[in-house]
Ligand binder design. Structure first.
Ligand code: NAP
Length: 282
């Protein structure tokens, strides 16, 4: 039976550490502040933003929300981002996705000051990650790496397979695993023989958004299985991309959904905001 990687517990530990750092910054006269831009209405985004706001409140990070209407133009969105880039009291800028289709999200991400890019989506931060340089790393992949570290899971020399190649999860996570000296394979929707490739993994990451996609027959005995997926069933229950019940029997470690990678994402965001605030005194 696999050991459960408790993301909820680890995230709480990180939050307490960040809370201490916030106290120290405030003693130096710096109040870390996160701004979140939401364009239009999206039920899932509203929940995510509420979680981020609650985490900020708990930790002592100031939070300012900008709710823009569905009809917002690209010029208006860019103008707001520029305003926030120039505001000295704001350390982190987060543009919640998705945004309405008529807007160019890449252009918007690119216009965020990379020193305030707490999501790690700006090309400079993406490039820094590729170069193995210090920068802002996307929160979900960074959270996964923290989990592996906390549970003393060896990465160097191991075979890691990441299913999913999105710019926010799959690619940066593959890059982080590569930087940590794993031998990495990335799978996507056009990959052939995915079952066979997955079965070779010492560390298998599912980040594709397909409920119970990873079945026990795709997992090597003793593999570490990380489930990034968040899927909602018809009954409103949250489930991951891994068939937890059966994979748990053969993996060495496994993350649950909920209570796994999800809480780590928010904790990493808090860490990134504090990092951004510290940059202003560096
Ligand atoms: P995404 O942008 O939709 O990307 C999904 C990736 O999976 C794509 O690269 C796609 O391949 C690949 N894929 C789709 N179907 C596949 C299949 N049948 N076989 C192999 N690969 C397949 O999704 P995302 O934003 O990365 O999110 C992935 C999942 O993680 C979602 O469930 C999301 O809700 C969850 N998530 C969780 C957190 C968290 O905090 N826990 C954070 C972010 C996302 P192509 O590139 O070929 O299309």
């Amino acid at each position: 039976m696999a050991e459960i990687i408790n993301g909820k517990e680890l995230a709480q530990k990180i939050r307490l550490e960040v809370k201490e750092e916030v106290k120290e910054l405030k003693a130096k006269g710096i109040e870390p502040k996160l701004s979140v831009i939401m364009v239009g209405t999206d039920k899932a985004s509203e929940v995510y933003v509420r979680n981020k706001s609650k985490a900020c409140e708990e930790i002592g990070i100031a939070f300012e929300e900008f709710l823009l209407s569905e009809e917002t133009t690209m010029e208006e969105l860019l103008a707001l981002i520029e305003k926030l880039n120039n505001r000295k009291d704001i350390h982190g800028i987060l543009l919640q996705s998705p945004i309405p289709k008529h807007l160019d999200i890449r252009k918007a991400f690119n216009s965020i000051d990379y020193k305030k890019d707490v999501d790690g989506f700006h090309p400079i931060n993406v490039g820094k990650l590729a170069l193995g340089e210090e920068g802002f790393v996307s929160c979900t992949p960074a959270g996964v790496m923290e989990m592996l570290k906390e549970y003393n899971i060896e990465i160097q020399g191991k075979k890691a397979v990441v299913i999913g190649r999105s710019t926010i999860v799959g690619k940066p996570l593959a890059q982080l695993l590569l930087n940590a000296n794993a031998t990495v394979t990335i799978c996507h929707s056009k990959t052939q023989n995915i079952e066979q490739i997955a079965k070779e993994a010492d560390i298998l990451v599912a980040a594709l958004g397909k409920p119970k996609f990873v079945t026990a027959s795709m997992v090597k005995n003793g593999a570490v299985v990380i489930d990034v997926g968040i899927n909602r069933t018809a009954e409103g229950k949250l489930i991951g991309d891994v068939d937890f019940e059966n994979v748990e029997k053969i993996a060495s470690y496994i993350t649950p959904v909920p209570g796994g990678v999800g809480p780590m994402t928010v904790a990493q965001l808090m860490k990134n905001v504090v990092k951004a605030a510290k940059l202003t005194i560096a």
